[in-house]
Design a protein around this ligand. Structure first.
Ligand code: 5RP
Length: 224
């Protein structure tokens, strides 16, 4: 079992009967989806799941998890998702996938949000390893880019086929930016207050805990 799979299995201990569980997106979250589906079936837990992306919805369906759509929930018991970066105070950078809006809705709606990752995701400051993604209204992207250029450098995200702009499942574009600012609180405020940005990849004050794996061991970090 690799470190991503290990940490995904550890997260199962937070699942109990009749819960509504939010499913994250990415390779670590995929291990959790498979493990949860297996346990739900074997132990008849009556868990229902809500997906944070089209990709994780398809994955969950294939694994046999009963699904609710996001407009059927008011809150959820537990959200388990991966991240691209995690700081010691549990600020996260997410969004290499294209579903920031759903991911943040589930993070906010969860009574408990636990991020699962291997040690490579731990950073000192948000932005150390990846640019910060912002999902923007298509008609606003030039205006938003112009605002963000005063604080950093970046551009609109190109799609995987490299023949157009990347489009999120909500029909928006993505701007990926590197900022000189190191404070995640300040960056969170800047992006949250910029008109035209629908959602951004800084998850500030949202995760309650993290399970971090390294060489076969898992450590926990909890927000005080
Ligand atoms: C998607 C995400 C993912 O959770 C993040 O990219 C981590 O992916 P992986 O588990 O494959 O390393 O934020 O938007």
């Amino acid at each position: 079992m690799n470190d991503k799979e290990l940490v995904a299995h550890q997260a199962l201990q937070y699942v109990s009967e009749n819960m509504i569980v939010g499913l994250g997106t990415g390779s670590t979250a995929n291990f959790f989806i498979d493990a949860l589906a297996k346990r739900n079936k074997e132990e008849k837990l009556n868990v229902r799941a809500v997906s944070s992306s089209v990709v994780s919805m398809i994955k969950a369906k294939e694994a046999g998890l009963p699904l609710l759509s996001i407009d059927q929930i008011k809150e959820i018991d537990l959200y388990i998702d991966g991240a691209d970066e995690i700081t010691p105070d549990l600020t996260l950078l997410k969004g290499r996938g294209y579903d920031l809006v759903r991911e943040k809705l589930l993070a906010r709606a969860a009574r408990k949000f636990i991020v699962i990752a291997d040690e490579s995701k731990i950073v000192k400051n948000i932005g150390d390893n990846f640019p910060v993604p912002s999902e923007v209204h298509p008609f606003a992207w030039e205006l938003v880019k112009n605002v963000l250029m005063k604080k950093g450098t970046g551009d609109i995200r190109i799609n995987a086929a490299k023949d157009g702009y990347a489009i999120t499942s909500c029909g928006n574009f993505v701007l990926d930016f590197n900022f000189a600012e190191k404070s995640s609180e300040n960056l969170n405020n800047l992006l949250s207050l910029t008109p035209g940005i629908v959602e951004h990849g800084i998850f500030y004050n949202l995760a309650h805990g993290a399970l971090i794996s390294h060489n076969g061991n898992v450590r926990e970090i909890w927000r005080s």
